[in-house]
Write a protein that binds this ligand. Structure first.
Ligand SMILES: NC(=O)c1ccc[n+]([C@@H]2O[C@H](COP(=O)([O-])OP(=O)(O)OC[C@H]3O[C@@H](n4cnc5c(N)ncnc54)[C@H](O)[C@@H]3O)[C@@H](O)[C@H]2O)c1
Length: 323
C-alpha cells in the first residue's frame, strides 16, 4: 500500500526548488529532484538527500530522451503522483539580450515536462509562474486581470507556459496549480536584487550602483511564506485549474529601501549611486501591486509585510555570506 505521495521536482537544487524539497520531505513525501545545476547547488538539498526521502539527479529537462528515460526508470516500481515544475531561467535580464534563453529554459522546460508527464501517465502539475506575465498595469492585479502583455521574454515564456498547461488540461492533464510569484526572497537565493547588491558590495565596498532611480516598488515575499501558500493551496484547492497570485501581507518595497538595508548591513560607508530612469532595465516592470484575495479565501494569511520580508532576507543572506 502506498503511504506517501511520490513527486518529481524540476529545478530542485535552486532557490525555491530546494526549499520546496525540504518542505515536501518534512511532510513525508518521496521526492525525485532534477536539476542541471545551471544555478542550483547540491548543498541546498544535502539534508533532504540525507533523510533518505529525496533522490537528486543531474539532468537537463530539455534533453527529452534522457529526461524521459531517467524518470521512467525511477517511476517503474512506484508511479509519480505529481510534478512540481520549478526549473526556468531566473535571470530576467539575460533574456533581454538573448531571447533563446527564455525559449529554452523558461518555455521548453514546461513543454518538455508536460510531454514526459503525458508519456508516464502523471496527471497533476504545480507550476511556478510569475507576476511578469501581467506586464505593466496601474490597478491592483487579480488573477483574471487582462489584457496580458508581458514586456520581458521571461514573462512572455511564463505566459506561454501557462497556456500550454491550460491546453493540456483540455485533453489529458487532470489538475494544475499555477502559482504567480512576486519577487521571492530568502536564504539560498541564487539571484535577485538583494543578492545582486550583496555581490556588488563585495566587489566594491565603497559604492553601490543601483539600476534605475530606486523608486521601482514591488511586493517582496519571503520564501517560507511562499511555500506555506503553495502547500496550503495544494491541500485545499481541488479544481481543475487552480491559479493563485501569492504575495506578502501588505505593501511594496522600493529598490531604494533595499539598497539602504543592504548597505547598512554590510558596508555602512558605501555611497549609493543611482543610474537613473524609472526602469532597472528594459523588460523590468517598475511597479505593480497584487490582489491575493483568492488565496486568502482558502484560509492563507501571510504574516510578513513586503518590507519585513526584505529585512529578514537581508539578515539571512548576510549570515550566509559570512559562512
Ligand atoms: N525567485 C523569484 O523571485 C521568482 C519570481 C517569480 C517566479 N519564479 C520562478 O520560480 C522558479 C524557481 O526560481 P528560483 O528563484 O528558485 O530560481 P533558481 O534559478 O534558483 O532555480 C531554478 C533551478 O532550475 C534549474 N534549471 C534551469 N534550467 C534547467 C533545465 N533546463 N533543466 C534542469 N534544471 C534547470 C537551475 O539550475 C536552478 O537550480 C522558476 O520557475 C522561476 O521562474 C521565481
Amino acid at each position: 500500500m502506498r503511504t506517501s505521495p511520490i513527486c518529481l521536482v524540476t529545478g530542485a537544487a535552486g532557490f525555491v526548488g530546494s526549499h520546496l524539497v525540504d518542505r515536501l520531505v518534512d511532510r513525508g513525501w518521496r521526492v525525485i529532484g532534477l536539476d542541471n545545476f545551471l544555478l542550483g547547488r547540491r548543498e541546498n538539498v544535502a539534508d533532504a538527500v540525507k533523510s533518505g526521502l529525496c533522490t537528486l539527479i543531474e539532468a537537463d529537462v530539455n534533453q527529452i530522451e534522457s529526461y524521459t528515460a531517467i524518470v521512467r526508470d525511477l517511476a517503474k516500481d512506484s508511479p509519480i503522483d505529481m510534478v512540481w515544475h520549478m526549473a526556468a531561467n531566473s535571470d530576467i535580464k539575460a533574456g533581454t539580450t538573448d531571447p533563446d534563453v527564455d525559449l529554452r529554459h523558461t518555455f521548453l522546460t514546461t513543454y518538455n515536462t508536460l510531454k514526459v508527464m503525458r508519456s508516464l501517465g502523471c496527471r497533476s502539475l504545480a507550476f511556478a509562474s510569475s507576476s511578469a506575465i501581467y506586464g505593466p498595469h496601474d490597478n491592483e492585479l487579480t488573477e483574471d486581470a487582462g489584457p496580458l502583455r508581458p514586456i520581458s521574454n521571461y514573462g512572455a515564456m511564463k505566459l506561454a507556459s501557462e497556456a500550454v498547461i491550460t491546453a493540456a488540461l483540455e485533453t489529458w492533464l487532470e489538475r494544475a496549480w499555477v502559482f504567480r510569484f512576486p519577487n521571492v526572497v530568502g536564504s539560498r537565493a541564487t539571484h535577485g536584487v538583494i543578492f545582486d547588491f550583496f555581490r556588488k558590495l563585495r566587489g566594491n565596498p565603497q559604492e553601490l550602483e543601483v539600476l534605475g532611480d530606486g523608486r521601482q516598488a514591488k511586493p517582496y515575499l519571503h520564501v517560507r511564506e511562499l511555500l506555506d501558500a503553495m502547500l496550503l493551496a495544494w491541500d485545499r484547492a481541488s479544481g481543475r485549474f487552480n491559479c493563485f497570485n501569492i504575495g506578502p501581507a501588505s505593501g511594496v518595497t522600493t529598490v531604494e529601501y533595499i539598497a539602504k538595508a543592504v548597505v547598512a548591513k554590510v558596508a555602512p560607508n558605501a555611497r549609493i549611486r543611482y543610474t537613473g530612469g524609472s526602469q532597472g532595465w528594459p523588460g523590468d516592470v517598475p511597479r505593480f501591486a497584487y490582489s491575493i484575495d483568492r488565496i486568502r479565501s482558502l484560509g492563507w494569511t501571510p504574516k510578513l509585510t513586503s518590507n519585513q520580508a526584505v529585512d529578514l532576507a537581508v539578515d539571512e543572506l548576510a549570515a550566509e555570506m559570512r559562512q
